[in-house]
Design a protein around this ligand. Structure first.
Ligand code: HEC
Ligand code: HEC
Length: 319
């Protein structure tokens, strides 16, 4: 018998003090080889019709895997996506993906960008045919899954291993929480304000409670995005979106599901003077929030402390 090379098991890093993640690798055992294959696929233009739109064209590492400086992202044929590309970070602590929670696994989510005509405009079988021609891929699939067979299922599993491993937990905020650093007085005051007005939805340490809520954005009169109701068909979910994590806000601009705000202060200002009343507006935001100029500044400084420069430069996540 020839020795069989088993892939090397990999463990998801669970930062100190964080809740247990969801068991997203239950049917997709995480391995070094699976992760490396997923990384290659993530950066590979061949997953898109014209070769120009790999996952990484919209999910850029320097922007915590969001699209930097674009409200909507460019996809195939110069068309735009319907929503702002979210950061890909700490995905194992999320149970429903996309702004409206349309998908419950990373594997299912990834089919949508690959096949959407305004994103990668491909189909799974055609991608498989393209990458099968590449010997390096055949070897990598063999190492990751035990045989050279390239299937859509294996491709999606590998992509999920890469995106599920993107853990961001080394911001200044994290160092302060671990007792390795301290906030300056502006950040400390900003943190107090945050706990008072924002924490209920943007819950630490992930800065989201993963719930769907209406935070009072005025719907676009031309193309209203109804949010969660598209998935549940329940009118009570109209204009609700998944509470996004605020980690890495300093590099993920613009903000909100449609990228309507280009700066952190503009996003804060929304909560002070821009709340649009509608039947599904969250009860927490029905009472006005009042902050002084100094407090707004301090809150902004606190939010900047959530930027994780280790994460956005981590060589393990580069192509
Ligand atoms: C053309 C731009 C574009 C490309 C290419 C793209 N995405 Fe996305 N991605 C988006 C947008 C926009 C959303 C938000 C969709 C929504 O909420 O309706 C998103 C959402 C996601 C999410 C959900 C994140 C969350 O917080 O719920 C994951 C995971 C993801 N993409 C992974 C991928 C992978 C893997 C690929 C490659 C197979 C990929 N994306 C390719 C634009 C893109
Ligand atoms: C009632 C729950 C709730 C409260 C309280 C709340 N938010 Fe939000 N926040 C949301 C939701 C939901 C979204 C996504 C809205 C959308 O895009 O439609 C969001 C989005 C954001 C974004 C955009 C993030 C991104 O990546 O696009 C920022 C910034 C933000 N909130 C900051 C704050 C701050 C600062 C406070 C406190 C002053 C706060 N939020 C209070 C629910 C809340």
């Amino acid at each position: 018998m020839f020795p069989v090379n088993k892939p090397t098991p990999l463990k998801l890093r669970i930062p100190e003090g964080w809740p247990q993640p969801y068991d997203i690798f239950k049917d997709n055992p995480l391995t070094e080889e699976g992760f490396l294959l997923g990384r290659k696929l993530f950066y590979d233009g061949r997953l898109s019709k014209d070769g120009k739109f790999p996952c990484s064209s919209c999910h850029e590492q320097h922007a915590a895997f969001a699209t930097f400086d674009h409200d909507f992202s460019h996809g195939f044929g110069g068309e735009f996506t319907d929503r702002n590309a979210p950061a890909l970070q700490n995905m194992a602590w999320v149970n429903l993906y996309n702004w409206d929670g349309a998908f419950s696994t990373l594997e299912a989510q990834a089919v949508s960008p690959i096949t959407a005509p305004n994103e990668m405009a491909e189909n799974m079988d055609s991608v498989v045919l393209k990458i099968r021609k590449d010997k390096e891929y055949r070897d990598m699939f063999k190492k990751a899954f035990g045989s050279k067979e390239i299937t859509p299922d294996r491709m999606l599993k590998a992509l999920a291993q890469f995106s599920g491993m993107l853990v961001s937990s080394d911001s200044k905020y994290d160092r302060v929480m671990r007792g390795e650093d301290s906030f300056n007085s502006a950040e400390q005051n900003g943190y107090e304000i945050f706990k008072l007005h924002c924490e209920a939805c943007h819950k630490e340490p992930l800065f989201t409670d993963n719930s769907f809520r209406n935070n009072g954005l005025k719907p676009d009169p031309q193309v209203p995005d109804y949010g969660r109701v598209k998935v549940t068909d329940d009118p009570a979910d109209s204009f609700k979106f998944r509470v996004p994590s605020l980690r890495n806000l300093g590099v993920t601009q613009p903000f909100m599901h449609d990228g309507r705000f280009y700066t952190i202060p503009k996003s804060i200002e929304h909560y002070l003077s821009g709340i649009y009343n509608s039947p599904t507006l969250d009860s927490l935001l029905r009472k006005p929030i009042v902050l002084t100029e100094r407090e707004k500044y301090n809150l902004t400084q606190f939010l900047y402390s959530l930027t994780d420069s280790v994460f956005i430069q981590n060589p393990a996540f580069k192509p």
